[in-house]
Design a protein around this ligand. Structure first.
Ligand code: GLY
Ligand code: MN
Length: 463
């Protein structure tokens, strides 16, 4: 938890952006895995954490614009809770730590909201993503579960996105810590990528690092020799000579700030010539995009610069052909990189995605492309100082997609399909770093960059 002034300031800034009414920010509840008392690891809602800071279930924050009060609703523990969980601070003690002096038992939330509704006041809330909170909002506000998301306040969404997009110095300190845990996870994965090891052992070991140094992984670990499957959570294979292991993983600190890195390592420790060629194209795309990142450039332009670097490199290998700019304008590179260059990162690994990707990544100036591949870019708008984002180009050889494009004759003037026959079992390479936009450029987050050049990766793997 940060100093209480951090939360007080944030709530003050939020108040200034909302014209009138009540802002309701529910926290999360415990979520059962297989029976009520056996719950998933508790993860507080990031918006509640941002404005109210308390990392405990069953609370809600209310910011009343007109009367100027911030209140936290929640119940103190009873003797049964104390027997099982030990003594706990009261709600008012916890609230005081985040600068909130008004607290009420949870049961009073309904009457507060009903009174406001009767008086014709607007209740602003964010789109809920957990069933428990959808049901709670239905009960509190009388909006049917199917309609709850539709009634989310766009005014509040925009205000929260504006605040959370620009990271404070205290947040950057935490993200740097998350990146340092990520460094350890990735260098451990590299060292373990030996012939005969299993993906499961490595995924388990690096998940353990995230758990032992922080809260948990920032998302389910992606680790596979089939890196051409973008989000591959299957860890069932044994590592084989000649294959690549793609690891996309990050940590969440105890204060819930994320890291998100991807590295691709040659099983056994040495890249083949063919792997090295594709690897260096991806690395060049990554470095090109990071080199261009600064305030006022659009992330869409960075995405397209990475796409050009990929098309240029693949043309050099005879896999693509024709004019590179035209190929990218026609989306031909997306056969190899069907995803976007990156996303915002903060308390959520895809920061604020619960608020709607377009609200976070696009604006009146830059709207989402509808071209295959670029349509998946989560962040297109102009970058600002204080933004934290990922840069994660990749090249994948996805047999089903290659077959589809070949049979439907898509972008045949830019793709050499015959040459692709040699790459059908290649897999995929993605290289992802996390960057902070600074005054006139960017900084790679974490105290050291995770090994990324061919030499650095091979050296790390040698141990
Ligand atoms: N690292 C997973 C993702 O960005 O989707
Ligand atoms: Mn990512």
């Amino acid at each position: 938890m940060f100093d209480k002034t951090v939360y007080t300031e944030r709530r003050l800034k939020l108040r200034k952006k909302i014209r009138s009414g009540l802002i309701l920010i529910p926290g999360n509840t415990e979520s059962p895995m297989n029976y009520p008392n056996n719950t998933y690891r508790f993860r507080q809602d990031s918006n509640f954490l941002y404005f109210f800071g308390i990392d405990q279930p069953n609370m809600a924050g209310v910011i009343d614009i007109e009367d100027g009060k911030d209140c936290i609703y929640g119940n103190d523990v009873d003797i049964d809770d104390i027997i099982w969980m030990g003594p706990q601070p009261t709600v008012s003690e916890q609230a005081a730590q985040v600068g909130v002096l008004c607290t009420h038992p949870m049961k009073e939330l309904a009457s507060t909201l009903q009174r406001a509704i009767k008086n014709g006041r607007k209740i602003h809330f964010l789109p809920p993503y957990r069933a428990e909170n959808v049901v709670m909002l239905e009960q509190l506000l009388g909006i049917s579960t199917q309609m709850v998301k539709k009634y989310a306040s766009v005014e509040l969404i925009k205000a929260v996105v504006a605040l959370r997009s620009v990271k404070e110095d205290v947040e950057i300190v935490e993200i740097d810590k998350a990146c340092d845990i990520g460094y350890l996870m990735h260098t451990t994965a590299m060292k373990m990528a030996k012939v005969g090891a299993t993906e499961l052992q490595i995924a388990g070991a690096i998940e353990g690092i995230a758990l032992s140094y922080g809260h948990m992984p920032s998302f389910p670990i992606i680790l596979s020799q089939n890196g051409e499957t973008l989000h591959n959570h299957d860890h069932s294979q044994m590592l084989k000579e000649g294959r690549l292991m793609l690891t996309d993983a990050g940590a969440e600190t105890v204060t819930h700030y994320a890291s998100d890195f991807t590295r691709t390592s040659p099983v056994g420790g040495v890249f083949t010539q063919k792997q090295r060629e594709i690897y260096n194209i991806v690395l060049n795309a990554n470095n090109t995009a990071i080199g261009l990142a600064k305030p006022d450039v659009t992330n869409l332009s960075l995405h397209l610069a990475a796409a050009r670097a990929i098309a240029e490199g693949l043309k050099g290998l005879g896999i693509m052909k024709g004019d590179v700019d035209e190929a990218v304008a026609n989306g031909a590179h997306a056969l190899f990189m069907p995803h976007g260059l990156g996303h915002m990162m903060g308390m959520d690994v895809h920061d604020m995605e619960d608020l709607g990707e377009n609200h976070v990544g696009y604006d009146d100036e830059i709207s989402r492309s509808n071209q295959f591949g670029t349509a998946n870019l989560r962040l297109g708008r102009r970058l600002q100082k204080g933004f934290v984002l990922t840069v994660e180009p990749g090249i994948y050889f996805i047999p089903a997609l290659i077959e589809k494009w070949k049979s439907e004759k898509i972008n045949t003037s830019f793709i050499n399909f015959d040459k692709l026959e040699d790459y059908k079992t290649f897999g995929g390479i993605r290289l992802e770093d996390d960057i902070l936009i600074t005054n006139n450029g960017s900084r790679i987050l974490g105290s050291k960059r995770v090994p990324i050049t061919v030499d650095e990766v091979e050296e790390t793997m040698r141990g």
